[in-house]
Every structure is written in C-alpha cells, then in structure tokens.
Design a protein around this ligand. Structure first.
Ligand code: ADP
Ligand code: MG
Length: 400
C-alpha cells in the first residue's frame, strides 16, 4: 500500500464544498433505523469537516432501487436518525447531481451538513458512469471517501468520481485501511487466521489466499466438516459440502507447500437435534461421530490447543464463527477463543483484526468486540480484501 491522502492533507477547507461518500445503508424496521452503527461510524469525518468550515455534502446509496426513484428507498427517511446521532441539524437535498441540486447546495452555509438523495436513483451509479460522476462532482470542490464497506464496488460515487475531484480517505476509511494493512499487508509474524462459518463454497478464495499468507490457518464452523470429510472422516449428518472434497484437498496441499500449518478440530460437540441444549449433546473425538449426529461446534480440547497457537502468534485475522453460535451451547468454542484473543490483544502481544456479519455478532455476543485491535463491519468489502482482491474504491484513491 502506497501512501494515501487523508483529511490531514487538506489545507484550509473553510467555505469549500466537500462531497463525502459514506455508508448510510442501515437496516430498517417499521420505518425506523434498527441499528445505527454505520451512522455513528461517519461522525469523525463529518464533524471534522463541518468544524473546519466546509459545507458537507453526503453521498450514499440506500437499498437497491436499480435506477428508479422510490419513496421507500429515499434517504430522506434516514435524516431524523442521522440528526439524533450527530446532534446537529441535517439538511436534505432531493437529488445528488447538478444541475438539479445546484440551487439547494448554493443555499447552504459553511459548516452545514446535507444528505443528498440516494445515488442509486440514477442508473449510472452502478454502471460507474463518468457522466453521472461529473454531474455529482460539479457540486463539490473535493471528494472524501469514508465508505470502505462500499469500496469493493466500482460505482460512480465510489470510483469514477475519485478521478475527477481531488480525493481523500476519510477517518473511518483511514482506520480500516491501516488495520487491514497491519493484519495482512505487512503483519508481524507469526500470523494466524481463523476461518469459520457455514460453508466452504462462500470462502474458497479466502482460504486460497490465506494459505499463502499466514503461518497458521485455523478452520472451524461448518466448513471444517468439509475438510474433515475430504480426509476420510465420517461426519454423519453434519453440514458438509462433500462435492468440494477435491478442492479442500487442494487447499490443504497448497498450505503444506507454503509452510502454513492447518488446524482442524480433533474433538467436536455433536447432537442429533439442532436445538438449544439438546438432550443428545455430547463431546467426542472427530473419528467417533455417529451416522445420525451433527457436528455443531469445535470441542474444548481443540480450543485449548488453539489458544496455545494464538499465544505464539503476533497477528490474528478472524472471519467466521467456530460453531453454530446463535444456539447455545454451540457458541462455547467461539466465545472461549474470542476471549483468549481479546486478552492477548489487551496484553499487547497480539494484533487482532476481525470482520464479517456473523463474526461481529459473535464477538459482541462474547462481549469482546471492543478488546480486539479492529473489528470491521464492512461485510462484502472485508471478505474481498481477505481474498486478496484490489478494491476499486480504494484503488481509485491511489491507496492500493
Ligand atoms: P460471517 O458472516 O462472519 O462471514 P458466515 O456467514 O460465513 O460468517 O457463517 C456464519 C454461520 O455459520 C452462522 O450462522 C453459524 O451458525 C454457522 N455455523 C457455524 N458452524 C456451524 C456448524 N458446525 N454447523 C452449521 N452451521 C454452522
Ligand atoms: Mg454471514
């Protein structure tokens, strides 16, 4: 990663218009914002620019309107929640392009903050249309990208526009890129990766990339079953992608060639029913799973061994829970290993970076999300970064 421009590289912005791409794509329930995490993530950049005297014009998408104007996907609905989180008035401008929005933008004062209407109401947004990017760029003097979670998409408001205006990384983008660089770009070794979750098929590229990058690959969750089965272990009724056995063996081969140690569980938590605290629950060696049992979590002996591995490592990157953590007690391995990683981080011996929708939920459930070095809420962009892909929104900032 080469050096990149941040808000520190901006000169005097007083009286200038900042076009700031943020992520306002929050979950809604009954017309209300159900989770304002993404709104809060934008505060450092937005308040800093407003306090430095810029007029802050916020660009964002909301839902999938596919180029149509739809009331149910208007960003006007987010304004009250955003005002609450920000503690300041927020203007709303019902378009994000010139000439339509020009008069409304001209009426704003230095330090004002406005949300511009959903970028995806324009067909050109998802097509990365340079004409649309120019029509947006006309409204501002410079561009700030603070939406890492949208950086895996080459869209007009994330990619094309960065070639038209002077472009800067916002504070959240800056923090995210620094953390990711620390975790997999130039990490302190040894590096461990935990990859869990339901299926191998959704994370093949992640596994392929990581075996070449990390010293220890810890595989858990449903995807461990596919690897165990590929090695000839009978996994009973477990979630398992038997058709991927060949691919799993290829990944294990690649790991061996790259000197990456793969850790698969040798004891597991099994049950005949997938339900909270089922009567059939037991812990057994992976070679003792009965034909009518399912593997639902990594066992306690394996967790102890994994804790010893983490104690020898300086860096950890984590995506995917080790078990079906939503259903007790199949959260035990994930919670136990997360607590160990958090304690090592707090002791200063481990840099820990985690991401993924269910992973974030699992770390919150374990009560340790705040004790990791960095937890990414970016979802798709985080996974593509784990796959080693260059993200178009990052590349366009000249940061790649
Ligand atoms: P993330 O969103 O963090 O990338 P995934 O979506 O890949 O994670 O996987 C999370 C899901 O995997 C959870 O819903 C969890 O219940 C499921 N899971 C983990 N282990 C198992 C298992 N052994 N059997 C069935 N499902 C599992
Ligand atoms: Mg998920």
């Amino acid at each position: 990663m080469s050096s990149f421009r941040t808000l520190d590289d901006l000169g005097d912005v007083s009286g200038k218009k900042a076009l700031v791409r943020i992520d306002l794509n929050v979950p809604m329930a009954n017309g209300e914002v159900a989770d304002d995490t993404r709104l809060r993530a934008t505060l450092p950049t937005v308040t800093e620019l407003a306090d430095r005297g810029a007029t802050v014009l916020l660009l964002a998408h909301f839902g999938r309107p596919k180029g149509e104007r739809r009331d149910d996907m208007s960003l006007r609905r987010i304004v009250p929640a955003y005002e609450r989180v920000l503690g300041r008035p927020v203007h709303f401008i019902p378009d994000c392009t010139a000439p339509e929005a020009e008069a409304a933008v001209a009426a704003l004062q230095s330090g004002d903050i406005a949300i511009l209407e959903n970028t995806r109401f324009h067909e050109g947004e998802e097509k990365n249309d340079p004409d649309l990017a120019r029509a947006m760029a006309t409204l501002g003097d410079f561009y700030v990208d603070d939406a890492f979670s949208a950086a895996h998409r080459a869209h007009a408001s994330t990619e094309a526009i960065a070639h038209i205006l002077p472009a800067y990384a916002g504070r959240a983008m800056e923090a995210e890129l620094k953390a990711l660089e620390q975790a997999l770009g130039k990490p302190q070794r040894p590096v461990a990766a935990v990859v869990g979750g339901a299926k191998v098929s959704t994370k093949l590229e992640v596994l392929r990339h990581l075996v070449a990058k990390v010293d220890h690959l810890i595989i858990g969750g449903g995807m461990a079953n596919t690897f165990l089965a590929a090695r000839g272990v009978a996994v009973g009724k477990s979630l398992c992608e038997h058709e991927l056995a060949h691919t799993a063996l290829e990944i294990l081969d690649a790991a061996e060639r790259a000197n990456c140690t793969v850790h698969l569980p040798y004891d597991v938590v099994v049950a005949k029913q997938f339900a909270p605290n089922p009567p059939s629950l037991r812990i057994c060696n992976v070679h003792e799973v009965a034909a009518d049992e399912m593997i639902l979590d990594v066992g306690p002996a394996a967790v102890e061994a994994l804790a010893d591995v983490l104690k020898t490592c300086r860096t950890l990157v984590w995506n995917g829970p080790l078990g079906a953590f939503e259903t007790p007690p199949f959260d035990a391995a994930t919670v136990a290993l997360a607590k160990i990683a958090a304690a090592l981080t707090q002791d200063g011996s481990l840099v820990s970076v985690a991401g993924g929708g269910d992973t974030v939920a699992a770390l919150n459930h374990a009560g340790v999300a705040g004790d990791f070095t960095f937890v990414s809420t970016a979802g798709g962009a985080f996974l593509e970064w784990m796959e080693g892909k260059e993200l178009p929104g990052v590349k366009a900032l000249g940061l790649a």
